[in-house]
Design a protein around this ligand. Structure first.
Ligand code: PGA
Length: 253
C-alpha cells in the first residue's frame, strides 16, 4: 500500500509553549502508526528542533519545514536553505503551498528549483498544487494542475519521484470551511495519478502519496481519506486542535 499521511500544517500559528502542549497532548493518545501510516507536523522554522525532541522515539511521526529557499546558500538574509534543514535532521519540506505562491510570488519555475534542491540534500518534498475558484468555475482545473506538475516536477527522474508526496489543495477550500466533496477530491487525485502514469509509469504513479488539503476536519476526514486515490491529508486549522487532529489521524486508511 502507498504511504497514508496525516500532515499538520500549522502555518504561522502558535507560540512554542502552545506548540509543545499541542504535540504532547496529541502524542499522549496511542495511534496505530506503521510504515504505511505516518504523522507529520509541518511547524514554523524556530520550532523544528524542539518539536523533533518531543517526538524523538515515536516511530512514524516526523516534522516538516513549511518552506525552504531556492538557492543553495549565501547572502539571502532571512532565508533557510535545504542544507540547513538537512543538517538538523528534518525529513520533509512543504514546497509550493498556495499561500507561498500567492503572497510570496513563488512560480512553478522557482518551485522546480526548490524541489531539485530538496532532492540534492535528501529532503522529501510535500509538493502542493491546486486551483483557484475562478479556474474551478471555468472548468479548467485539470489542465491547471497538470501544468503545475509539468513545470515543477517533470524535470525529475522516475527514481527521484518514487514515493514522492503531493498535496492537492483547491485554493477555494483552504481555510474557508468549504471542503471539496469527496468525489471532487477523488476525481482530481485520479487525474494527477493519470498524468504521472502518462509521463512516467503506472508503477511510479501508484507509488505516490497524494494528500488532500482544504478544510479537512474530524467530521469529514474519514469520507475523504476513504477515496481510493486519496492517501491522507494536509491539514491546516484542524491540526491546531488536538482532539480534532487525533480523529483525523485515526481516519487514515
Ligand atoms: P485548512 O488548510 O485545513 O485550514 O483549510 C489546509 C492547508 O492550507 O494546508
Amino acid at each position: 500500500m502507498r504511504k497514508q499521511i496525516a500532515a499538520a500544517n500549522w502555518k504561522m500559528n502558535l507560540t512554542i509553549q502552545q506548540a509543545e502542549t499541542l504535540v504532547s497532548d496529541l502524542l499522549s493518545a496511542s495511534f496505530d502508526l506503521n510504515q504505511e501510516r505516518e504523522v507529520v507536523f509541518a511547524v514554523p522554522f524556530p520550532y523544528l528542533v524542539s518539536i523533533q525532541n518531543i517526538i524523538a522515539g515515536k516511530e512514524h511521526v516526523s516534522v516538516a519545514a513549511q518552506n525552504c529557499y531556492n538557492k543553495l546558500s549565501g547572502a539571502y538574509t532571512g532565508e533557510v536553505s535545504a542544507e540547513m534543514l538537512k543538517s538538523i535532521g528534518v525529513p520533509y519540506v512543504i514546497i509550493g503551498h498556495s499561500e507561498r505562491r500567492e503572497y510570496f510570488n513563488e512560480t512553478n519555475a522557482v518551485l522546480a528549483e526548490k524541489v531539485s534542491i530538496c532532492f540534492e540534500y535528501g529532503l522529501k518534498p510535500i509538493f502542493c498544487c491546486g486551483e483557484a475558484l475562478s479556474i474551478r468555475e471555468a472548468g479548467t482545473q485539470n489542465s491547471h494542475v497538470e501544468n503545475q506538475l509539468k513545470e515543477s516536477l517533470f524535470h525529475l527522474t522516475e527514481e527521484h519521484l518514487t514515493g514522492f508526496v503531493i498535496a492537492y489543495e483547491p485554493i477555494w477550500a483552504i481555510g474557508t470551511g468549504k471542503t471539496a466533496t469527496s468525489e471532487q477530491a477523488q476525481e482530481m487525485h485520479a487525474h494527477i495519478r493519470k498524468v504521472l502514469a502518462t509521463q512516467y509509469s503506472e508503477a511510479l504513479a501508484n507509488s505516490i502519496s497524494i494528500l488532500y488539503g482544504g478544510s479537512v476536519k474530524a467530521a469529514n476526514a474519514k469520507e475523504i481519506f476513504g477515496q481510493p486515490d486519496v492517501d491522507g491529508g494536509l491539514v491546516g486549522g484542524s491540526s491546531l486542535i488536538a482532539t480534532e487532529f487525533s480523529v483525523i489521524i485515526n481516519s487514515l486508511k
